[in-house]
Design a protein around this ligand. Structure first.
Ligand code: UD1
Length: 367
């Protein structure tokens, strides 16, 4: 069996790494190749992840770069079709909900190549999020769907997806976390920044609805100012957010906040170490909600909805419906005063999801 694995943006790399490892170890899988669409192209957003996650260089690199989502997807589709014609894999595997996920699924399904979606069934219910559209499209057309949490099974059943396509296997991103946690613990990032375990709040923020407007950016600055009254704040700022801080003339104010350690995007190992030792994480990311649930670190997520409800029901995640600095301050102080949820680790988040997927693929699609 020849598998072609697709990656496009940062959150894909830690999901493909354990799958590629499991595929290579499986005697019935003869080839596991990687195609990178190039949506994330910076050394810090892409290359460092290949090195740290022990991934080989991609076999194919489409180099689509940034641009509108339509531009990205259209370019990916044209270039991907040429490669599929040449490569003819037995399986195309996509993960998550980025532009590459939907664009490559459409091309592969149209060419009659069995297409597998890992991290299927998640729904925020908010169709203004580009990721939600990518999830709905991919799940509607893929041939096999691998699900990380119970809510995914429920959504797919409601959408009329037949049971025999759907498998609840746990979470490949947690496979990476478990595999690399020990190695990450040896990183010296805390000493380099000058913070101590549990003495800082870790922050990331990049969703267009939070960071594309001046008001959201100003609220983020005020939230950081309030937070630094209690703890150091370590902000691993995404390129979208720093570009916008500059655009609205706010970067200098941000940079000068006392007690704030402003960093660029972090490597996988450094960020894992930072998460593992944080007192609290403030974010609007998808995956960080899950990683903090596994690590049992409190997480405040700046979103109206989450497509990952298990992180609220069982985990350590709280949703903050808006960026109102006063509401955030009250919730943050409550958590720092010891009123965070304890949380438990969701079912099957045990480091073995990739092996389960490899076995199921061989059983169902192998001849
Ligand atoms: C993408 C994903 C999102 C994921 C996020 C994680 C989609 C729809 N969105 O959003 O789900 O949570 O990645 O990072 O696929 N840029 C750089 N260097 C890079 C990559 C991007 O400077 O290596 C800049 C781009 O030029 C652009 C901005 O960052 O100005 C946003 O990048 P884009 O790829 O459009 O989406 P993300 O917001 O990163």
């Amino acid at each position: 069996m020849k598998i072609l694995n697709i990656v496009g943006a940062r959150p894909n790399f830690m999901k493909i790494a354990p799958l590629h490892r499991a595929f290579q170890a499986h005697p019935k899988i003869t080839s596991s190749k990687i195609l990178h669409t190039g949506q994330h192209y910076d050394a810090k957003m892409s290359d460092i992840f290949f090195n740290q996650l022990e991934l080989p260089q991609p076999d194919y690199y489409l180099g689509v770069g940034g641009g509108s989502h339509t531009y990205q997807k259209a370019n990916v589709m044209i270039k991907f079709e040429e490669i599929l014609n040449e490569e003819r894999p037995d399986v195309v595997l996509v993960v998550g909900d980025v532009n590459a996920t939907a664009a490559c699924s459409i091309v592969a399904v149209k060419m009659g190549i069995p297409t597998v979606h890992v991290e299927a069934g998640l729904r925020s219910g908010d169709r203004t999020m580009p990721e939600e559209i990518n999830r709905v499209i991919t799940d509607a057309i893929a041939d096999m769907l691998f699900v990380t949490e119970q809510s995914g099974m429920i959504h797919l059943a409601k959408e009329g997806v037949s049971d025999d396509k759907v498998y609840f296997v746990g979470h490949v991103m947690i496979d990476s976390l478990i595999y690399f946690r020990e190695k990450a613990s040896k990183e010296s990032v805390l000493e380099e920044i000058g913070v101590k375990p549990k003495d800082y709040i870790l922050m990331t923020m990049h969703r267009p609805h939070n960071v594309d407007y001046e008001k959201g950016l100003k609220d983020i600055i005020q939230i950081i100012k309030n937070a630094t009254k209690h703890k150091n704040v370590v902000f691993a700022i995404h390129p979208r957010t720093s570009n916008n801080m500059n655009k609205f003339g706010l970067y200098e104010e941000l940079e000068n906040i006392e007690g704030l350690h402003l960093l660029g995007p972090q490597g996988y190992l450094q960020f894992l170490k930072l998460m593992d030792n944080a007192a609290l994480i403030i974010t609007d990311s998808g995956g960080i909600q899950e990683e903090t649930t596994y690590l049992q670190v409190p997480c405040m997520t700046f979103r109206d909805t989450t497509e990952r409800p298990v992180t609220i029901e069982l985990g350590t995640n709280f949703l903050m419906k808006d960026l109102n600095p006063e509401t955030v301050r009250i919730q943050m102080e409550d958590i720092l005063n010891g009123n965070a949820k304890q949380g438990v680790i969701p079912p099957l988040w045990d480091g073995k999801a990739s092996e389960r997927i490899a076995n199921i693929l061989v059983e169902k699609l192998g001849e």
